[in-house]
Design a protein around this ligand. Sequence first.
Ligand code: AMP
Length: 426
Amino acid sequence: MLKIYNLLEMITMITAIRGMKDILPPETGRWQVVEQTARELFALYGYQEIRLPLLERTELFARSIGQDTDIVAKEMYTFLDRHGESLTLRPEATAQVVRAVIENRLLKGAGVKKYYTLGPMFRYERPQKGRYRQFHQINCEALGSDAPELDAEVILMLLALLKRLGLGQVRLLINSLGCPACQKDFRTQLSSYLHSKSGWCPDCQRRRDTNPLRVLDCKSQHCRELLAAAPVMRDFLCPDCHTHYSRVKALLPSQSFEEHPRLVRGLDYYTRTTFEVVAPGLGAQDAIAGGGRYNGLIKDLGGPDLPGLGFAIGQERLMEILPSEVGANHPSLVFLAALSPEAREQAFVLLQEMRQAGFAADMDFDDRSLKAQMSLAHRRGATFVVIMGEQELASGEVVLRDMISSRQQTIPQQQLLTVLAQQLRL
Ligand code: AMP
């Protein structure tokens, strides 16, 4: 009988889509701690939250991220809506933030504008450990200044967040991609290097002509080997970009970063400073955050000619390496065990009073024995159980059981909240 039931269940069960996972308790508690820590820290640096739609016009991403990037060429969830308009589930947030600040005229007035946003992103990648089709990012964007101090501030804030979360052991890789003027020479040199070698993967054979910088980002081991002697951007920086990069490095503690001259990242809009944070112990997908400057993006998307930079943290990867003690603290639970329908009625009232007074409290609504209720309380990790039976009801008292020491005391119901506050040091 059981077997038939299991079989039926298997046939009718609808599962989540490949590469999209449910995030369940107690893991959700850890996510909340990360998000709360981020919110608190970002506020110290003057960032405000911005909440954006999950769907955008496809053109937004095609124009900003770049036609020849993996994201736009093969990873976007794009579809036509009922009116035939091409829409895309956002694969990243920067283009969206820029679209939103232009559209809502948030760039008006002097000073840097700082925004953060949290939420899911969608990319049709091959799912594996640390790589999902729906994943979550924490994004920060600082718009309106090209000062190297802002680059340093953004990077230092990212490191400060990771440190607050107990992740001091990460590596920060940085590079400068220069401006379009210095990239021009570099592209020419890189392109002739790429044509001087053979054996590139089919994607890189195409990219050699369309967008040679993308070849630097290729994941194929063979292409990486072929790139070993390729020219590096650092040698092509114009004097302004060189000074900018030197200043950013000077503003960061010297032991906090490593220069990575081939770092390009997977999106076309980056200029000047680019960076990535990698963490040990994550295997192939070891980048937990990445970002950089995008000085031409705001203008390209129809806004004023203002510079900007930002970063995105991949939350799933962050959670993988988050110390186990983060999010392990839960408020002490007080469980009410009622032994009769009348007692349950009173317990229900008391339950609401306890929550109003700030105690995490719960009870069982079904008619279970005291033993069953005690074992439920134990399974829920209750610190105290308040027992209410006929006798207690008649005398206006309750039995308070300390689940850790197993000590019990009978106290007047009116004193319960005061006693609990003392015991739990609220
Ligand atoms: P990107 O938007 O590509 O610069 O990525 C920023 C960060 O998002 C990366 O460093 C990863 O931590 C995370 N990330 C990107 N793609 C995925 C994915 N498919 N699954 C999980 N995390 C991802």
